[in-house]
Design a binder for this molecule. Structure first.
Ligand SMILES: *Cc1c(COP(=O)(O)O)cnc(C)c1O
Length: 367
């Protein structure tokens, strides 16, 4: 186990003292439903294509990769559609790196960033790593504790005038997608950069379209995506964004040269050539998500409606005890730090069955 015990003896910079690293447990369990990966293996045909594409790069590994990942940008633009051009695409080692580039370029050590929490835990962590001050925006509308409406979001952004605003849609860990009116309202009251993190957009129920539709004419709007979730390629580490070409030029100022290895570029391109096969599991996963929501409701708990491949559910007396009870039954879910709530990833039908059975047993055992 890595720890933070020895850190007190090091001249760690002030902004990092007392902080804890990102720490979703990586445990050997039969049913791993804690980090919203796609539970389905890469299909054999795609695995072959990726292996072949990677193999072709190997003898050329003495050379640096294409720093501009030109071919990959073109493939990503084609995949996204919406008349996007390769000049509007940027990519990194996971969307986490893309988000880090954005904070580096547009906020940095003297800047501020705001997100509406609870949201993705990496948004504030990325800011902490860069010395960017984080501002906790509030969620909650009428009877929806995790909702976010346009008026409230715009008011908060107007009040704090952050350099970067994070909107997460569908939101992790709550699961619900944002109306585009929220994105528009926030954009209109800030002169900072507005980042819409659409990591889970492929799982959304029919509803508001992607924020990609808002890009024309909005030079400070950025939409980020990832191949880690619906695409079933978390191990490849490939995230990307679409924005005005000038945004990508700004990111060139902060990225490390050759940040995307030739192996990553080749693997991602081979995967994109089989996007239909990789995305074929999305419908099955959405069915499991809806099954989890229905079953959890039936047993008297309170799931939050979800547009993602996970479900946040409340109504637990002692969420830590439930988390432990599930782990004792070989099921790993996520305690996201919201009292009385846990988050579970929707995976295969067998995983859902195992989770629901373990949950019923655990609840029976607890007072
Ligand atoms: C999982 C996730 C990501 C993806 O991170 P990668 O670095 O691309 O693996 C981005 N944003 C949110 C909200 C996520 O939950």
């Amino acid at each position: 186990m890595s720890g933070t015990d020895g850190l007190g003896r090091l001249p760690l910079r002030a902004g990092l003292r007392g902080r804890t690293p990102y720490g979703a447990p990586q445990l050997e369990v039969a049913v791993q439903l804690n980090t919203n990966e796609n539970s389905y293996d890469v299909p054999p045909e795609v695995a072959e294509a990726i292996a072949g594409a990677v193999r072709e790069q190997v003898t050329g590994l003495n050379r640096y990769p294409d720093r501009e990942f030109t071919a990959l940008r073109a493939d990503l633009a084609t995949y996204l559609g919406h008349d996007l051009t390769p000049e509007q695409i940027w990519a990194g080692n996971g969307s986490n790196e893309v988000l880090q580039h954005l904070v580096q370029a547009f906020a940095g050590p003297r800047g501020t960033a705001l997100g509406f929490t609870p949201a993705y835990s990496m948004h504030p962590l990325i800011c902490a790593g860069l010395g960017t001050a984080w501002i906790d925006g509030r969620r909650g509308t009428g009877n929806e504790p995790f909702g976010l409406d346009a008026a409230s979001a715009a008011d908060q952004v107007r009040h704090h005038h952050p350099d970067v605003v994070f909107l997460c849609s569908p939101n992790n860990p709550t699961g619900t997608a944002l109306g585009l009116d929220v994105v528009e309202a926030v954009y209109d009251v800030t002169d900072g950069v507005v980042v819409v993190d659409e990591a889970y957009t492929e799982f959304a129920r029919p509803g508001p379209p992607s924020a990609l539709t808002l890009l024309p004419g909005r030079e400070r709007l950025v939409v980020t995506r990832t191949m880690s979730k619906a695409f079933a390629l978390a191990g490849v580490r490939l995230g990307y964004l679409a924005a005005e070409p000038a945004v990508c030029d700004a990111l060139r100022l902060v990225r490390l040269p050759y940040h995307l290895s030739s192996l990553t570029q080749a693997a991602a391109r081979a995967a994109l050539a089989h996007a239909d096969l990789l995305l074929a599991t999305v419908e099955a996963i959405k069915q499991q998500r809806d099954r989890i929501v229905a079953e959890i409701t039936r047993i008297g708990l309170a799931p939050v409606p979800s547009d993602a491949n996970f479900v946040l559910f409340g109504g637990l007396g002692d969420e830590v005890a439930v988390w432990k009870g599930l782990l004792a039954r070989d099921v790993l879910v996520r305690d996201v730090g919201i009292p009385h709530h846990l988050r579970v990833t929707a995976g295969t039908p067998a995983e859902t069955t195992a989770f629901l059975a373990a949950l019923a047993e655990t609840l029976e055992e607890l007072p």
